[in-house]
Write a protein that binds this ligand. Sequence first.
Ligand code: NAD
Length: 434
Amino acid sequence: MKIAVIGTGYVGLVTAAGLAEFGHEVIGADKVADKIRRINQGEVPIFEPGLDKLLAASLKRGNLRFTHDLGQTIQAADVIFVCVGTPPQDDGSADMSQIEEVSRMIAENLNGYKVVVEKSTVPVKTSLWIKRIISLYKKTDQTFDVASNPEFLREGSAVSDFLNPDRIIIGVETERARDYLVKIYDKAKDRVFVTNIDTAELIKHASNSFLALKISYINLISNLCEKTDADVEQVAKGMGLDPRIGGLFLRAGLGYGGSCFPKDIKALVKIGEDLGVNMDLLREADRINFDRIRVYMEKVRKALWILKDKTIAVLGLSFKPETDDIREAPSIRVIKELLTEGALVRLYDPEAAANMKTVFPEDSARVTYCRTPLDATEGAHALLLITEWDEFRTLDWPAIRRLMANPIVVDGRNMFDPQNLRGLGFEYYSIGRA
Ligand code: NAD
């Protein structure tokens, strides 16, 4: 069975390499020629732990290749995994133009029966649109099926998530499509859960929105903790001990970001409202999330009063640790506010600085990108911890204390031990802790 993976971004690259690791013959294709050129030169265009090794192994084995020729890729494949973007639009709905573009491309190159698999996160009922577009534009009598196989990988652990998934959701409407997909995932067949297509599409949006809801819930509780003597870390621990609740995704902080949760919860709200369902619960969760930056900036102003001409060290720029992805990263809104109020920022991130330079170009007067966390703290009036990269767990605090103009730390992820930092002479602010 030959597999095409269309779109070689965060999901497509991992999918292509992962399916090749399962032993299939895979062609990855993207419309951005430069991306393909870089991959073919052995470069991995994104930072994702373990992806370089996985790609190299499959390329060496010879059952994975990448091309810019989408037409040929589609013609050569029996199964086509669509992994293009579905970014948010102003009204919250997902922009489906990349999916439509690929559907037309598939129609034009339909030279035999194919299974078209939605791996991108799409609104429920998208399969009907894909079917309609392919039927409308196809030039032959060849038949096809559409199936849904939503992706649940997490950036930062995408490789192991793909190779050892908790579940593989397969939404189909024909036995033939089911057989193809079940065969593809034979190596993890004990985790395959087959449903109809609408159900599979909805499982993805419902899962992400639920996790987003959980994060907003603990952030709401953290606001309550700040008005009392309660400690949100202990509240979360105490709650998480109940197996019905579980401790994961109960981390108070700056809220969720990234290319999935913010867009998926908004998309689900829009889907529900378009169908006449009251989605206020999710609307409120998203509003609480948006408010996190205001809550955090209030702490920064409480510590510094005036931000104009203050030097601020910002540690962590990616939307979460172990990725270079800055889409919807909380750091962006924080830095924007700091710059708007006239502060100078010294930024550090282990992997995301290059991407962030496209948002905040390096400007020696106001924006400085630093090579080390220590460098970022030089002359700073405050240190803002935005993303909890592991390397920040072993910071040299005495050295930082000597370098900073004011020893003030505003910890947006409750990463540091308050007693330890206060003991070292820092003024320390965090989330939901007395
Ligand atoms: P991405 O932007 O990193 O990658 C999309 C890729 O598709 C890009 O390389 C782009 O050039 C390519 N592309 C766009 N139009 C194309 C076309 N017509 N033909 C060929 N290639 C085309 O996006 P991503 O983060 O990989 O996400 C892809 C989808 O997967 C989205 O729907 C997203 O919601 C979903 N998803 C993402 C994650 C994640 O963690 N990033 C996890 C699960 C699901």
